[in-house]
Every structure is written in C-alpha cells, then in structure tokens.
Design a protein around this ligand. Structure first.
Ligand SMILES: Cc1cc2nc3c(=O)[nH]c(=O)nc-3n(C[C@H](O)[C@H](O)[C@H](O)COP(=O)(O)O)c2cc1C
Length: 193
C-alpha cells in the first residue's frame, strides 16, 4: 500500500478552516484517508454527509509540520471561484468529497474515509524534495505521538534529521526543526519548556 502525505483542509460547521497532515492512498478512481478517532479532521468530515476536503501536496516540510502540530492557523489558504482551496505554496491540489466512512475494527484505530475526486489541479512546477524533507516528516510524526512513543522518539528523529538539514536544509526546514524540538521540550511532554 503506497501512502503519500498530504495537507488535508476541512471546514467545520462554523465555517472555520482546519489543516492537518494526513496520509492518502491513491487507488484506481478513489482515494482513502485514515484519520484517527480524536482528530478534528474526522469530526469535520463526518458531521454531515458528503463533506468536502481539499488535499494540498507540498514539496516543503514546514506546512506539514505546522499542520501536524496544531499550528495550521499560521498557514495561508488560497481559494478560487471554482471552489478549489489550497495551502499557499502547494504544488498541486485535489478537491475531494467523502463517499464512504468505515469505522475502525478496534478502538483507537483510524477510520477509513473513501474520497471521490471532484477536481485536481497542478499549481506550479515541481522541483523535487530535499533529503531533509522526509527526515522532518518522520520527526513530526513522532512529535504527534509523544504520549504513546515518549519524547525521546522525537528527539532521536531530530538527531537523525540534523545532518541532513546541515547538508540540504533551507531556512524553512530549520524553522520546522525548531518547532518540532520546542514541542518535544514543552512541559506537557515532560520537557523543561
Ligand atoms: C507526515 C504526517 C502524516 C500524518 N498522517 C496522519 C494520518 O494518516 N492520520 C491521522 O489521523 N493523523 C496523521 N498525522 C497526524 C496528524 O497530522 C495530527 O495528529 C493532526 O493534528 C491531526 O489531527 P487534527 O485533525 O485534530 O488536527 C500525520 C502527521 C504527519 C506529520
């Protein structure tokens, strides 16, 4: 199963925009995302039938890190008259609609939401990702799971990322690195703050 990472934009009943990092599986004719039960993404996409979402695909780790750590309000959202919405800087975007909801078989496991693709658009040329990109995503994933994995897992992922940032990282990559590190060191995660 090939999982690609997306920035999933949803809207709640008060019309507030929410961004989250979400894996997406592209299958013939339909896509699937797997939000965990406690996520706002799941709530926004299941509070009414056939809810819309927008999946932005980015070649820069910072927006995914911000969204994953609950700082998505720092992202700029663009939209157009056709109803397409995307995160500023995205390479491409897809407007999708929930076509099916499968509840998890065991408590605490993710739901599976089947998405019908309404529109896809390439927004700008894609020039590849840096070696730092994947390393930062690994650290961000660990940072979203500190209660289960412990903060040491995030610190180890950041240690693995550091040499790659030193070789290939941009200023935005270093900002993402510091944001993840601050999360690992936050008092609620057992750090000194
Ligand atoms: C690269 C990456 C991929 C992620 N994929 C998922 C996913 O498939 N499902 C999920 O529930 N959370 C995923 N997360 C964690 C969420 O982005 C994070 O918990 C986020 O806050 C979602 O919750 P929210 O909708 O309440 O904001 C991922 C995080 C990262 C960094």
């Amino acid at each position: 199963m090939e999982i690609r990472e997306s920035l999933c934009t949803t809207i709640n009943s008060e019309r507030q925009i929410h961004h989250a990092a979400m894996g997406v599986v592209h299958q013939e004719g339909q896509w699937v995302i797997r939000p965990y039960p406690e996520t706002r993404t799941l709530a926004n996409l299941t509070q009414r039938a056939a809810a819309d979402a927008w999946l932005s695909f980015v070649d820069d780790a910072l927006p995914l890190v911000l969204a994953a750590l609950g700082l998505g309000e720092m992202l700029i959202t663009r939209s157009d008259a056709s109803g397409l919405r995307w995160v500023d800087g995205a390479v491409s975007v897809a407007h999708v609609r929930v076509a099916g909801v499968t509840a998890p078989e065991a408590p605490g496991r993710p739901y599976a939401l089947t998405l019908a693709v309404l529109e896809e658009r390439v927004l700008r040329p894609y020039h590849g990702v840096s070696r730092a990109y994947g390393a930062l995503l690994e650290a961000a994933v660990a940072a979203t799971r500190i209660p289960w994995l412990g903060r040491r897992a995030t610190e180890e992922a950041l240690e693995r990322a550091r040499p790659l940032l030193e070789k290939t990282g941009s200023a935005k990559d270093w900002r993402a690195y510091e944001i993840i590190r601050a999360r690992a060191e936050a008092p609620e995660n057992g750090g000194a703050g």
